[in-house]
Design a protein around this ligand. Structure first.
Ligand code: DGJ
Length: 359
């Protein structure tokens, strides 16, 4: 627990208690909840609400059964978690926005102070269509324990071009004849062959995260364009729609699992490569402005197993006070509910570059 912090608000000096718990280091063990059952909350995030309670939202996985929706666990110390059930349930009503049989992945929740709503976004695949729909859904609740009510599910920013794409005189038409990963193909990707392909119906959105900046602007960061290119899209002031402003970063970079934080004014993002449920080497990116130029650095992981992110794939970066923790999933595709968790502190080297160490 930190001390008492004075806060200047509307000319009054208020005293507020800024409490935070010590974030545990977790490295793949069974993590029992208060009922003694392994926590079933994957691909998720931890949000601290104004009541000081931590809410962990994530994918609730069954073995052979369709997903029930998004689970929530609560804690006051980040170590002991209480199962609060499904807070964004799928629906049995045919034609509903998130119908049973849909795939619900990587839910993230942010709070909008001006509307008083908790806003959840998640990767949403339509029933019976594998991963081809590549949509994102949004749901809101008045209470962090839900129920979160889905508002819509769609692709992103239909009809809108990104702010930062190199514009050719003629938009490249989609072709699947140019061999992938060749210089000609990379050039087409950079010029937006997939962006134009999906312009009318909206851009694909699969793995995703959310980030609220210090100025209360929120962003949706997602793998787009057949997982080839990341997009950063600004949300509107309600956090329930896109504003229409977005950028593409690392075209053809093949990134998934974006997780982001800000430290001393700089934005840092950790992603994975795209190898399904199998772990791969993490990537580190930085920028001085969310919608500005992004740069890539080598793998931020250090220690044995660093070349496969220690067997895990990132999902979120949890900040609490000065502590920053990389939250990741050790997927078990044979039994997704038994996937484990990797929580490791993010540290900074002598040049101020973040790294994640596991011994
Ligand atoms: C990798 C993604 O990061 C996961 O969220 C999930 O979509 C798997 N692919 C499915 O293979």
């Amino acid at each position: 627990m930190t001390g008492i912090k004075p806060t200047l608000l509307s000319g009054l000096i208020l005293i507020s208690y800024a409490c935070h718990a010590e974030i545990p280091v977790v490295a793949g063990d069974i993590w029992p909840d208060s009922d003694g059952l392994h926590i079933n909350c994957h691909g998720g995030c931890v949000t601290k609400a104004s009541d000081g309670i931590y809410y962990w939202y994530g994918e609730h996985r069954g073995t052979d059964t369709p997903q029930e929706g998004v689970a929530c666990y609560t804690s006051t110390d980040l170590k002991n978690w209480h199962n609060r059930g499904i807070v964004m349930p799928v629906s049995d009503t045919p034609g509903s926005i998130v119908e049973r049989g849909s795939t619900v992945e990587r839910p993230k929740v942010i709070y909008n102070a001006s509307t008083g709503k908790y806003v959840m976004w998640f990767h949403h695949e339509l029933k019976g269509r594998g991963y081809e729909a590549a949509q994102v859904a949004v749901a809101t609740a008045d209470n962090p324990l839900g129920p979160f009510v889905p508002l819509k599910s769609s692709r992103v920013n239909a009809g809108k071009l990104p702010l930062n794409m190199i514009r050719s005189k003629t938009a490249p038409t989609y072709d699947n004849r140019t061999e992938w990963w060749t210089p000609e193909w990379y050039a087409l990707i950079r010029e937006g062959m997939f962006t134009y392909r999906d312009l009318a119906g909206g851009q694909m959105s699969r793995d995703m995260t959310l980030f609220v900046d210090d100025d209360s602007t929120a962003y949706h960061i997602y793998s787009s364009e057949d997982n080839l290119t990341l997009h950063i899209a600004e949300l509107d002031s309600t956090f329930t729609s896109h504003s229409g402003r977005y950028i593409r970063i690392f075209p053809g970079g093949h990134n998934e699992a974006p997780a982001i934080f800000r430290h001393e004014g700089r934005y840092w993002m950790i992603t994975s490569g795209c190898t399904g449920w199998a772990p791969n080497e993490a990537r580190l990116m930085w920028a001085d402005s969310m919608m500005g130029e992004w740069h890539q650095l080598p793998n931020p992981c250090r220690g044995e197993g660093s070349e496969t992110t220690f067997g895990a794939q990132g999902t979120y970066i949890l900040r609490d006070g000065d502590d920053i923790t990389f939250m990741a999933d050790i997927w078990n595709p044979e039994s997704l509910p038994d996937s484990r968790y990797l929580w490791l502190p993010v540290k900074f080297d002598e040049k101020g570059i973040p790294y994640i160490y596991k011994n």
